[in-house]
Write a protein that binds this ligand. Structure first.
Ligand SMILES: [Fe+2]
Length: 204
């Protein structure tokens, strides 16, 4: 009896150990594009949103680095994939004519950027931490960055990334509607020192 029990435990542990780590990966949840995807994209669309080409100024707010990798659910990296981000500035305002909020615009903030992933699926942006912003009806969006990724076949995923430890996350109507803690975790960046965040994206 004890030896059978031990064999079962070892067997089960062996199965868990042999399974690739990514097998437990949860697909990054699709989330709404929102109303502020740029109508007119800026001339400068590079990976550094903190400075606009030809302007001497720097975007206001806390500069952050956002890195991550795009994977298939199989664990294979999505190489040469497209990653776009767009977001509110450090005052919670988008560079979009539809954003009529009372918050300030920032002429030195690029607001939108795009890069292609490397062979390992990695991407990197420099940007500023977006502020939260008010929605009609008095609720607030937690700070978030919108992302669109596309693989070489053009299949797209649109999502939103949240910041860890933000008190507003629990009150954000989209974040709180994600169906489980695991999905909320999959939609939340990890902070790894200073103003550095990483957000891995898992697509089908
Ligand atoms: Fe938004």
């Amino acid at each position: 009896m004890p030896s059978n029990r031990r064999a079962f435990v070892i067997g089960a542990a062996g199965l868990v150990f042999a399974r690739p780590a990514v097998a437990a990966a949860i697909l990054t949840p699709r989330q709404t594009e929102g109303p502020f995807y740029p109508m007119t994209k800026p001339a400068d669309q590079d990976a550094d949103l903190t400075q606009i080409a030809g302007r001497p100024g720097r975007a206001q707010g806390e500069a952050i680095e956002l890195t991550g990798r795009v994977f298939k659910a199989s664990g294979a990296p999505v190489a040469d994939g497209l990653v776009e981000i767009w977001q509110a500035n450090a005052f919670g305002r988008y560079a979009h004519p539809g954003d009529k909020g009372g918050t300030e615009s920032d002429p030195d903030f690029q607001g939108f950027g795009k890069v292609r992933t490397g062979a390992d699926g990695a991407y990197r942006f420099r940007t500023v931490k977006p502020a939260d912003y008010l929605l009609g009806g008095g609720s607030r969006r937690a700070p978030h960055i919108h992302l669109l990724v596309a693989d070489a076949t053009g299949r797209e995923l649109t999502t939103q990334m949240y910041f860890p430890g933000e008190p507003l996350n629990a009150h954000d109507w989209l974040y709180s509607r994600l169906g489980s803690d695991a999905l909320r975790q999959a939609a939340t960046a990890k902070a790894f020192g200073g103003a550095r965040y990483t957000f891995d994206i898992v697509v089908a």
